[in-house]
Design a protein around this ligand. Structure first.
Ligand SMILES: [Zn+2]
Length: 83
């Protein structure tokens, strides 16, 4: 389900955005060489390996350049609707 965005900074922009998908690559590196030893998926991740809990999408306003978590753009659009 998609939701409308509005930039919380310039407030005029509701349509032009740069979206950055934040998908973690879980890896295990060789401590000496830095070479990748193993790559995990969500399912194969070891219990002590901390899972990424942050937002999936980061948004940049295509007009003023403000970069924030997606939720700030959604909240601003909701705020605007209530007024
Ligand atoms: Zn903006």
């Amino acid at each position: 389900m998609s939701q409308p965005y509005q930039c919380p900074n310039c407030k005029s922009n509701k349509s032009r955005f740069n979206l950055f998908e934040q998908t973690p690559n879980y890896v295990k590196l060789d401590p000496n060489s830095g070479d990748m030893v193993l790559q995990y998926t969500d399912e194969t991740l070891e219990p002590f390996h901390v899972k990424y809990q942050g937002p999936k999408v980061r948004v940049q306003c295509g007009v003023c350049g403000l970069m924030e978590d997606e939720i700030r753009f959604i909240k601003q659009a909701e705020l605007q609707k209530k007024q």
